[in-house]
Design a protein around this ligand. Structure first.
Ligand code: SF4
Length: 183
């Protein structure tokens, strides 16, 4: 908890399309209710920029783990949060980014950087500042312990709202067919 009694939250997006964060924002005016109870200390959708990952109560992660930087950041968040939520199918199963898993890494890199029709100068990035692609894309639970999975591509805003309000009430959200509709 923050000194003001609010629940501290961090959100992170790894290999995802940002759609899950957009769905989080789709809770619309309910976000005003949410911020009465929650401080979002670290997130790609807030203006606060901090150098170091803060210690928080709840970590929410969109996207799967595709490179060495993402693996490091996820492990750091896991160490620094009490409850870790995998938000959306990319985080839960690997989803679209893991389609590459059926191919060898060198073939993926070659297709992306050497064989694309628009490629003029073939060059697979090899600068040390560029994070290395892992051999496979990983859903979060293959790297760290995950406390709650919220599936969907993206999860429905009402489902995210339900999960967050249940957590704020001190309950483990029980997702079921009522709050996980895709129609
Ligand atoms: S689960 Fe769907 S909406 Fe969310 S990041 Fe992945 S592709 Fe985008």
């Amino acid at each position: 908890m923050s000194t003001n009694g609010k629940v501290k939250v961090a959100t992170m997006w790894l290999s995802g399309c940002s759609g899950c964060h957009m769905s989080l924002l789709d809770i619309d005016e309910r976000i005003l209710e949410l911020v009465k109870h929650v401080d979002i200390l670290f997130s790609p959708i807030v203006d606060i920029k901090v150098k170091d990952m803060p210690y928080v109560d709840v970590g929410i992660v969109e996207g799967c783990v595709n490179n060495t930087d993402q693996e490091h950041e996820l492990k750091m968040l896991r160490e620094r949060c009490k409850v870790l939520i995998a938000l959306g199918d990319c985080a839960v199963t690997g989803n679209v980014p893991s389609l590459r898993n059926q191919f060898a890494l060198k073939d993926c890199l070659s297709r992306a950087y050497e064989q694309t029709e628009s490629t003029k100068i073939a060059c697979i990035p090899n600068d040390p500042v560029v994070p290395k692609l892992l051999p496979k894309a990983h859903p979060l639970q293959e790297i760290v312990k995950v406390d709650l999975h919220i599936p969907g591509c993206p999860p429905d805003a009402d489902c995210i709202w339900f999960a967050l309000t249940e957590l704020l009430a001190g309950r483990i959200p029980q997702l079921n067919e009522k709050n996980m509709r895709y129609d």
